[in-house]
Design a protein around this ligand. Structure first.
Ligand code: NAD
Length: 261
């Protein structure tokens, strides 16, 4: 019951990392409002988690690329639960890999709306409530936001900006005792990762390369992402403006893997 009675908003909580966060927070006693862009997609999951407890979950459909829908998500949370203690900006997408020549300006602008502007909008709307509770914001960045990735200019740019926005907001909101951190996953095995496997010319080799990219020899799990976010929200009370790598050591030792099988 590490987050009992607290209220969290988790964007993109029906699958993958967001779903791991929703489950972990409900298990810790929190009331969680989560969304996806599809009407009704999370209703069954919300009912299942609320029945299990000890916290509860509530699904609201919201396309985070739409400003009015994000504002509605925040306002509804306050109407239903009366407060916000934690906002996890998780919803995002990684487009298929291609060189800059193949990306249109429109594709880049729409990815900025989805991965970056959504974080600004949700944070801005939630902050008046977070200041009252001395709550926190956790933004899901990416390891590639700081170390880059082949044929992913637009995605890398959005995630680098999420990490920078988190630090800038941490500076401003410290005066209100609101902490702002980012979590930057490396490879976490989620439906998004499965999309990349399915799109590859050699799916088995792509999965194996995904596992081999970490010192720990495997991808991380959505539950492990949920646990890190819960720690940041519930216990890491002297931590703000930090980008937390959740990578299994992928970036260490110049990328050289030292695990012995
Ligand atoms: N999986 C990884 O290895 C990895 C690594 C680094 C960063 N990330 C980041 O973590 C976050 C979650 O990734 P994931 O792998 O769990 O993805 P996923 O595709 O498995 O799940 C994404 C979730 O976000 C929701 N979503 C997508 N677009 C949305 C929109 N417009 N409005 C509302 N909800 C929307 C989806 O419905 C889903 O619930 C993303 O921001 C991603 O960039 C993932």
């Amino acid at each position: 019951m590490r987050y009992q009675g607290k209220v969290a908003i988790i964007t993109g909580g029906t699958k993958g990392i967001g779903a791991g966060c929703v489950r972990t927070f409900v298990e810790a006693g929190a009331k969680v409002v989560f969304c996806s862009q599809y009407a009704g997609e999370g209703d069954a999951m919300a009912a299942e988690l609320s029945a299990k407890g000890p916290g509860e979950a509530c699904f609201i459909s919201c396309d985070v690329a739409d400003v009015a829908q994000v504002e509605h998500l925040v306002d509804e949370t306050v109407r239903i639960y009366g407060r916000i203690d934690c906002l996890i900006n998780n919803a995002g997408w990684h487009p298929p890999h291609k060189p800059i020549d193949a990306f249109s300006v429109e594709e880049f602008r729409s990815l900025l709306d989805l991965n970056l502007v959504s974080v600004f909008v949700a944070s801005k709307r939630a902050l008046p409530h977070l200041r009252k509770t001395k709550g926190c914001i956790i933004n899901i960045g990416s390891l590639v936001g700081s170390m880059a990735q082949l044929h992913a200019t637009t995605y890398v740019a959005t995630k680098g900006a999420v990490i920078a926005l988190s630090k800038a907001l941490a500076v401003d909101e410290a005066a209100h005792d609101v902490r702002v951190n980012s979590v930057s996953p490396g490879n976490i095995y989620t439906p998004l990762w499965q999309e990349a496997i399915d799109a590859a010319s050699d799916p088995a080799a792509t999965r194996a390369a995904g596992d081999a990219a970490q010192l720990l020899g495997r991808m991380g799990t959505p539950e492990e992402a949920g646990k890190l976010c819960l720690f940041l929200a519930a216990e890491a009370t002297f931590t703000t403006g930090v980008d937390h790598l959740l990578t299994g050591g992928a970036e260490l030792a110049y990328g050289r893997k030292t695990r012995k099988e």
